[in-house]
Design a protein around this ligand. Structure first.
Ligand code: URA
Length: 212
């Protein structure tokens, strides 16, 4: 597994605003979108492309186009949905599939409650969007799901990661698959409730309000 922490002053600046308790939902959503465009730019560095013959108004030349099959972007509902618009800005032609996962608040295990993805992902590059890599259970379940369906490689894009979750993911994935995790920051730890410290609180609630 490859881990990439994006060290950029604009990422630090936006993340600081995102973390603040008093940042209201509309601003929080806007910041997530902006952060995502910055992370997506780095996360797509190894995206598959092929040469394309084109004509400019002046001459013929060889350019570059995304290869087919096109990459697939998979936001993990609910909080990953907040990252989708930022990703679409960078990669508007990608297909989008959805995985709904929530964690059981006592065991912290990931429970799948929705799935709208092709069964066959052979040769597809997959980008999973999930803002918080906490225990790692949700990402482990999503990455396994995509690899079992033949994904060529998986890049998970997260805003924050806890060392515990990163280690769990690393131990699970090892070298058996082509998996990259792109993060804006690695925080200190998880608390006893499974929240990232200092973190930003519950990303889904901060994006969309509290739903029980
Ligand atoms: N999910 C969140 O939304 N926040 C955390 O801190 C951990 C998991």
């Amino acid at each position: 597994m490859r881990l990439q922490v994006i060290d950029h002053p604009l990422v630090h600046h936006k993340l600081t605003a995102l973390r603040r308790r008093e940042t209201p939902s509309p601003v929080f959503r806007q910041l997530v979108e902006e952060l995502m465009t910055l992370l997506a730019y780095e996360a797509t560095r190894d995206i598959d492309v092929e040469p394309l013959e084109i004509e400019t108004p002046v001459a013929k030349t060889t350019g570059t186009a995304l290869s087919t099959p096109l990459p697939i972007v998979v936001p993990i509902l609910r909080a990953g949905l907040g990252m989708l618009s930022g990703m679409e800005r960078i990669l508007p032609t990608a297909e989008v599939g959805f995985l709904g996962m929530k964690r059981d608040e006592t065991t912290f295990e990931a429970v799948t409650y929705a799935n709208r993805l092709p069964d066959d992902l052979s040769n597809r590059q997959c980008f999973v969007l999930d803002p918080m890599l906490a225990t790692g259970h949700t990402l482990i379940a999503s990455i396994d799901y995509l690899l079992e369906r033949g994904a060529k490689d998986v890049t998970a894009i997260c805003l924050l990661g806890a060392p515990e979750g990163i280690k769990a993911l690393e131990d699970h994935v090892g070298d058996r698959a082509n998996v990259t995790v792109v993060l804006a920051a690695v925080d200190e730890k998880l608390n006893e409730k499974g929240y990232i410290v200092p973190g930003l609180g519950d990303a889904g609630d901060r994006l969309y309000g509290v739903v029980d």
